[in-house]
Structures are given as structure tokens and as C-alpha cells.
Design a protein around this ligand. Structure first.
Ligand SMILES: [Zn+2]
Length: 281
């Protein structure tokens, strides 16, 4: 637009009388709240967190938005600990959930589309000059494509020694076995709409959890481990969950949130401390 355009110059002079917004007024930094000029003023070593989750079936007792609700809560807790030291992109709720497509309500980006979607978001911020990019994941189906994205982008930007491209799934970041978070926890690994996930939704939004008395346990089984077997949810579970949600309580959920948040904060502290070039971190 022309600077001499009266409409815009009037707006500009009116703006001079309103208090200037600045990052000083924010206690944390969500990308959605910032002006482009505020992003432009940021230190390019600020870690940028991209929360990625899913919208997919979670059994008959849990809402389809479970992974996004849980990942969003962990990001909120991380944000309250790290404040303006990190920039947080909005949660990407569309995940790679093709293996749940036999259950109505599930939405999924086809895997190759999902690869490009995640890579595109990282490349947007590489193009804006940021160097420390972290996907914080809350859905098992995103694990393989997320790792492929950081691998491929490192090849593409191979001349850069200053890029830190990370993909991390929150339950793998725990500093101790999450089963030790609360003495009553029975499950020893992440399932699906299981004791762990159901406990956390009970802590966060109990009105969204169905009648657990009607739910039966679905065993994890051993699908030719340690080989990795291709699967769809129908191979493993009729109701759509894996694990025993009947053991879930809100108290366990709070304990799990704390363990997962501590792990995510510890990882991001390492990202903040990184010297900008070393392999070690
Ligand atoms: Zn889940």
C-alpha cells in the first residue's frame, strides 16, 4: 500500500495514541498471539515448539480428541515453566491415523501428506531464520513420519551446522518409568485409551470419559517382537483401546502429567543450553 494513502496514515497516527504492545506484556509466547514484527524481533536461537497430536478413535470410553487434549495440557504446563524462553506454535491436531480409519470419527492425513505437512512447518521457520525446532508429539502414529521429517530435512540442509531438528514423543521423555509416578499404576508402557491416557483425561475433563465399568482389558500381546509388524487397530482390539482403563484415576493422571512435563522441560532445557554447533546436547 502507498504510505501516502490517507486512510492508512490516519490509522497510523491513531495507533500512536494507543499503548505499544510488546513482548514485555506476555508471560509466555504463543505464536498465535504475536505480531509478525514481534516474531521478527526474537532471538533466532529461541527454541520453537511444534505440538503435534491426532484426532482418532480412543475406544468406546474416551473422546476422539484425546491425544490433542493431553498433548495440549503438557504444552501448557511446559509453557508455565519455561515462559518466554520458548516460542510455541499452535497444536497440529491432524495426525497420521490411517490405522484407526475403521472406527468412525477418526481423521487422518495420509502418511505422505503428513510428512510434507510437518516438513513444511519446520521449513517455514527455517526460512524465518530459527535454528532450534522441536516437534513435541502426543500420538504413536506420528512417531515414524516425525522422525523421517527431521532425518530428511537434515539431508536437505546438509550445509548447515547450526540447525537442531528434534522430534520427541512426550511419554518417551519421562526421566523415570512413568509407572513409578504413582504407587497404584499397573501399566508399564503406553497403550491406547489405556490406564495412563484414561487417567489423564479423568484429571483434565472427567465429563468426557464414559462408564469404565463397561470396559474390558485388551492385552498388549507380542506381535513377533522385536520385529516391527504392520498393523491396523482391528488386528488388536474390537472396542478400540489397548490396555486396562478400569485402573484409571484422576490422581494417577495428575502424577503422569507431572512426570511427562518434567521430562519435556528437561529436554527443552537441553535445547536451550545447546552451544549451537555440537553433536552433543
Ligand atoms: Zn492416544
Amino acid at each position: 500500500m502507498a504510505v501516502t494513502d490517507r486512510r492508512y496514515s490516519n490509522e497510523d497516527s491513531a495507533a500512536c495514541h494507543t499503548p505499544p504492545t510488546s513482548l514485555a506484556f506476555h508471560s509466555h509466547m504463543q505464536l498465535t498471539d504475536l505480531k509478525w514484527s514481534e516474531v521478527a524481533a526474537l532471538d533466532r536461537d529461541t527454541p520453537v515448539i511444534f505440538p503435534v497430536a491426532a484426532l482418532e478413535q480412543h475406544g468406546r470410553h474416551m473422546p476422539v480428541f484425546t491425544d490433542s487434549l493431553l498433548c495440549g495440557e503438557i504444552v501448557r504446563r511446559v509453557e508455565s515453566r519455561l515462559g518466554k524462553r520458548v516460542l510455541i506454535a499452535p497444536l497440529q491436531w491432524l495426525g497420521n491415523s490411517d490405522h484407526h480409519m475403521d472406527f468412525p470419527g477418526t481423521m487422518s492425513a495420509p502418511p505422505r501428506v503428513y510428512l510434507d505437512l510437518l516438513a513444511g512447518q519446520f521449513e517455514n521457520f527455517i526460512s524465518h531464520g530459527f535454528r532450534r525446532l522441536v516437534m513435541l508429539n502426543g500420538h504413536g502414529g506420528n512417531d515414524v513420519p516425525g522422525k523421517q521429517v527431521v532425518f530428511e530435512l537434515r539431508q536437505k540442509y546438509r550445509a548447515r551446522r547450526d540447525l537442531l531438528l528434534l522430534f520427541a514423543t512426550y511419554w518417551n521423555l519421562a526421566l523415570k518409568n512413568p509407572a513409578e509416578a504413582h504407587p497404584g499404576i499397573k501399566q508399564t508402557r503406553m497403550g491406547h485409551a489405556c490406564e495412563w491416557e484414561t487417567s489423564m483425561v479423568l484429571r483434565l475433563a472427567p465429563h468426557l470419559v464414559g462408564n469404565l465399568k463397561k470396559v474390558k482389558a485388551v492385552e498388549f500381546g507380542n506381535p513377533f517382537e522385536p520385529a516391527s509388524r504392520g498393523w491396523i487397530m482391528g488386528d488388536r482390539s474390537v472396542p478400540g483401546h489397548i490396555g486396562d482403563p478400569r485402573h484409571a484415576t484422576a490422581e494417577k493422571g495428575e502424577a503422569l502429567f507431572q512426570v511427562f512435563t518434567d521430562g519435556a522441560v528437561a529436554m527443552l532445557e537441553r535445547v536451550l543450553k545447546w552451544d549451537g554447533k555440537s553433536w552433543e546436547g
